[in-house]
Design a protein around this ligand. Structure first.
Ligand code: SF4
Ligand code: MG
Length: 327
């Protein structure tokens, strides 16, 4: 079967400095390659975890995949349909099947709307139900996310952070999507609440047959929820593989560095410790060749000149590094 989502050479480049004033001042054009020709797929029913430091382009990638931001190159195929250039009105219909849960539930919930209105709005916008029906479906949805009928008339500020994220989840799932982007869904929550929300997302996934693209900068969270993991660095995906194998034996030096920063989860792991040096370079001026070479302890001359391609490095595993042996 074809993957539910297939992304090929996806690109999101922002042109900065292109305004009239900049042109008058003769400033050179500046482009920000937030997503730099990224290729990956998500299989139906799996959770693909996407990990990387903040500012590496994860959220932009997620929004571009859903066409909340328009891609500047490459293609997006959803359930066999190329949606890259689908007119926005057709996208609206399709968006019922592709939803997103945001990092900060408070910022993404309208403070002047009741829970009934917030969770029911997608149904109304898509013309899917009458008022009575909307209430019934909202009540059922609230129950699925651990909230109560008594919460219907309350407003976002009357809830805790964890409850607000439950409202955000209910709003994302009320249209019965098949694919859901979870963009740092627990990063804004207290550690004690994170586990509850993760458990909820996992049980909803099983019950509703969902497919997740799960984004986090926290390798503990990603390691827990993912079937496969994709590692992102400065707009590129540098390694993809099954979660267990990738955590046990990371191939790319950047993945090794991310994993070295946390205590060993698995005593049998063949993980070499790699210390990450220096800061994340500006995405406005990424290093030439391998973008990771300024921080990579293994960099050789070739790394500064030649861009490593993502290639097969094992069963269902790919990595973009000159020094990793091809399979
Ligand atoms: Fe390090 Fe070179 Fe591999 Fe890049 S290509 S990760 S610089 S060894
Ligand atoms: Mg982000």
């Amino acid at each position: 079967p074809h993957p539910l989502l297939e992304i090929r050479n996806l690109e999101k480049v922002y042109q900065l400095n292109s305004g009239l004033l900049q042109r008058i001042a003769r400033q050179p054009p500046l482009s920000l390659r937030a997503v730099d020709k990224v290729t990956f797929s998500v299989k139906a029913g799996e959770t693909l975890g996407l990990i990387g430091e903040s500012g590496c382009g994860k959220s932009t990638l997620a929004r571009t995949v859903l066409r909340l931001h328009e891609p500047t190159g490459g293609s997006i195929t959803f359930d066999g349909t190329d949606i890259t250039k689908l007119p926005q009105k057709d996208m609206t219909a399709l968006r019922r099947r592709m939803q997103i849960i945001f990092q900060d539930p408070y910022a993404s919930l309208n403070p002047r709307k009741s829970v009934e209105d917030i969770v029911g709005l997608p149904l109304a916008l898509h013309g899917l139900a009458h008022r009575r029906e909307i209430r019934d479906r909202v009540v059922a949805m609230l129950e699925s996310v651990g909230l109560k009928t008594a919460h219907l008339g309350r407003f976002p500020h009357q809830f805790s952070g964890g409850q607000r994220q439950r409202i955000g989840i209910a709003r994302a799932l009320i249209l019965n999507p098949s694919f859901v982007v979870c963009d740092e869904p627990v990063s804004a929550l207290d550690v004690s609440v994170q586990a509850q929300i993760i458990a909820l997302l996992e049980s909803l996934k099983r019950e509703l047959g969902l497919t997740y693209l799960f984004i986090s900068h926290d390798i503990g969270v990603i390691g827990h929820v993912s079937d496969r993991i994709a590692v992102m660095y400065l707009g590129d995906i540098v390694e993809i593989g099954p979660a267990r194998e990738l955590l046990r034996e990371p191939k790319h030096p950047y993945t090794k560095a991310l994993l070295s920063a946390v205590p060993q989860i698995d005593a049998g792991a063949k993980r070499e410790r790699v210390k990450l040096t220096g800061d994340l370079p500006s995405p406005l001026a990424p290093p030439p060749g391998c973008k990771f070479h300024t921080r990579c302890p293994f960099a050789v001359d070739r790394c500064r000149r030649q861009v490593p391609a993502l290639r097969n490095v094992g069963s269902d595993r790919t990595a973009a590094c000159h020094l990793v042996d091809a399979a």
